[in-house]
Design a protein around this ligand. Structure first.
Ligand code: CA
Length: 263
């Protein structure tokens, strides 16, 4: 049942070894992983191979490509379930790959992998349609956990199929993952739609970053990186707030978290 590329002794592979705990901890997820295809887009071949091994070891069907244009061709042809996407790539950078595939309507989940880590870079990545990101250097084990978390949300999906009418004529279609503003359609990522739905469902209270990491990202622990939440909120505000510089809908509650307010 396991992939043929999996090392027979996980201890012989650094990447396989790192992924071992994840696999052992998630027997149910493992059987689900076997039907999932993941394309690793990374030009450092040794790193690409390490990630591929870790994902295959966790039960995914992973393969890799080392060039931006070739990645786009493969994605269009194969529509993998998830793409691990480096940003600095030969021939076409990761952001351009992402924009092109979203423009083509490809809905694959995308986890950006980047050494560039200014807030602006990350927000640009999320705006272009990424679902999550990881900064280099990283552990293959954490990457596998993030990839699994991307799929876990599907099983717990209880997003209201609502169309929201917001101030300034902005509408949000949570089911179709679209924001309509100024006559334009702005795509939402599945993650952004989940955050929005969660904030709205819990509008009677302050939602903490930990709430979001546990309930929306489905991380097993909220210690990972609360900044991930803030970066997504910045991206989301740019899409849904009438004036993102002065947010009124997703309000920051200092020292606590965020609260939805549209009354
Ligand atoms: Ca690179």
């Amino acid at each position: 049942m396991r992939s043929m590329t999996q090392p027979t002794d996980p201890a012989q592979s650094a990447a396989g070894n790192s992924a071992k705990t994840t696999s052992q901890n998630s027997g149910a997820a493992l059987s689900g992983n076997q039907t999932r295809t993941v394309l690793v887009v990374e030009d450092e071949k040794a790193l690409a191979m390490g990630i591929e091994d870790a994902l295959n070891h966790a039960g995914f069907q992973a393969s890799s490509v080392h060039d931006g244009q070739k990645a786009l061709d493969r994605i269009r042809a194969e529509k993998p379930d998830l793409i691990v996407l480096d940003l600095m790539l030969p021939s076409l950078n990761g952001i351009d790959v992402l924009r092109s595939l979203r423009k083509d309507g490809v809905r694959s989940r995308v986890v950006i992998l980047t050494a560039m880590a200014t807030e602006e870079d990350l927000v640009r990545g999320l705006e272009a349609g990424a679902d999550d990101y990881m900064k280099k250097p990283f552990s293959p084990r954490e990457l596998v956990a993030r990839v699994e978390a991307q799929f876990r949300r599907e099983q717990m999906d209880h997003r209201p199929a609502d169309v929201l009418n917001l101030p300034a004529g902005i509408t949000v279609d949570l089911a179709r993952l679209e924001v309509h503003r100024d006559g334009e359609v702005v795509p939402l990522t599945p993650r952004e739609a989940d955050i929005l739905a969660y904030l709205i469902q819990h509008r009677d209270r302050v939602v903490t970053r930990e709430d979001l990491l546990l309930d929306v990202w489905h991380y097993k622990s909220a210690n990972i990186e609360t900044r991930t939440v803030d970066i997504h909120i910045v991206g989301l505000r740019r899409k849904v707030e009438p004036d993102a510089a002065h947010p009124t809908l997703i309000q920051t509650v200092r020292g606590k978290g965020y609260r939805w307010y549209d009354a």
